[in-house]
Design a protein around this ligand. Structure first.
Ligand code: IPD
Ligand code: CA
Length: 269
């Protein structure tokens, strides 16, 4: 069986190849292929083509492994490992020519379910800034090969907070309510538009804390491991693992201070 560092090496090469293809297609011009969960949840031809490339490479090199991708769904695992892939995270930025988007590739052990999986290796590659964040379990996190660490503890009043909004309008109203209640209590809020890079920003000490509701597994599989390996706590609601319900990442003390502020109405009533 391949070691975590061998899997990371393969994931790194794959993310670079996929990122180069996405950047090339971006230079050629981007057309929106359709929308998914709602009108604002778009997909471009490049998302689909990049996922096809990643899936084909994996099928050739690691045929027994499973696959879970944003654009083409699941393929069962025989080896116990599954690759969890977002070919372009930050698709709206990509479509608008904003640079903050990334290829996110993780390999997890067990069912490809964030409640139970064990992430083994993860890579988040941002082609336009040429930043490659990566981690293998137990081996720390790096940015372009140099070790990175999450920021030390701060009070919430001094915390730079990253977040994102789901694509469904009811979810967005509730996200906006939550933001309204937080904004006066923290240093400031950032919404960069790619969850994988938000988690890497926590890993690199560029954000004190990040939270979001409504993420899909491929949005946080790689970034979650990278933030964890950089010393951040990555968790969900009430001590549960990070899932669609909630992800919070940051220094453990900052996460502890944030969690009570993030209780959903459903939890508090
Ligand atoms: C989205 C981005 C965004 C986050 C959304 C995600 P996509 O992924 O990560 O920052 O707020 O929840 O769905 O659609 O660009 O791959
Ligand atoms: Ca995507």
């Amino acid at each position: 069986m391949a070691s975590a560092s061998e899997l990371l090496e393969f994931a790194t090469a794959l993310a670079r190849e996929a990122g180069a293809l996405a950047a090339k297609r971006r230079r050629e011009g981007v057309s929106i292929a359709g929308s998914k969960s709602s009108l604002v949840d778009i997909v471009t031809l490049a998302d689909q083509e990049v996922e096809r490339l990643v899936r084909a490479r994996l099928a050739a090199e690691r045929p027994g492994d499973g696959f879970l991708g944003e654009e083409s769904g699941a393929g069962l695992s025989e080896s116990g490992l599954t690759w969890v892939v977002d070919p372009i995270d930050g698709t709206v930025n990509y479509a608008y020519g904003l640079p903050n988007w990334a290829v996110s590739i993780a390999v997890v052990e067990g069912e490809p379910d964030p409640r139970t999986w064990r992430a083994i290796a993860g890579v988040v590659y941002s082609p336009l800034t040429d930043e490659l964040f990566s981690a293998a379990v137990g081996a720390g996190a790096t940015l372009n090969g140099s070790p990175i660490e999450a920021a030390p503890a701060v009070d919430l009043a001094g915390a730079l907070v990253g977040t994102g909004f789901g694509y469904l309008s009811e979810q967005r109203e509730s996200d906006a309510d939550l933001l309204r209640s937080l904004i006066a209590e923290v240093r400031d809020i950032r919404r960069f538009g790619a969850a994988s890079l938000d988690l890497c920003a926590v890993a690199a000490g560029r954000l004190n804390v990040y939270y979001e509701r409504g993420l899909n597994p491929w949005d946080h599989a790689a970034g979650g491991l990278i933030a964890t390996e950089a010393g951040a706590l990555v968790t969900g609601a009430n001590g549960k693992p990070a899932t669609e319900e909630l992800i919070v990442a940051g220094h453990p003390d900052v996460v502890a201070a944030m969690l009570p502020k993030l209780r959903t109405r459903r939890e508090t009533t």
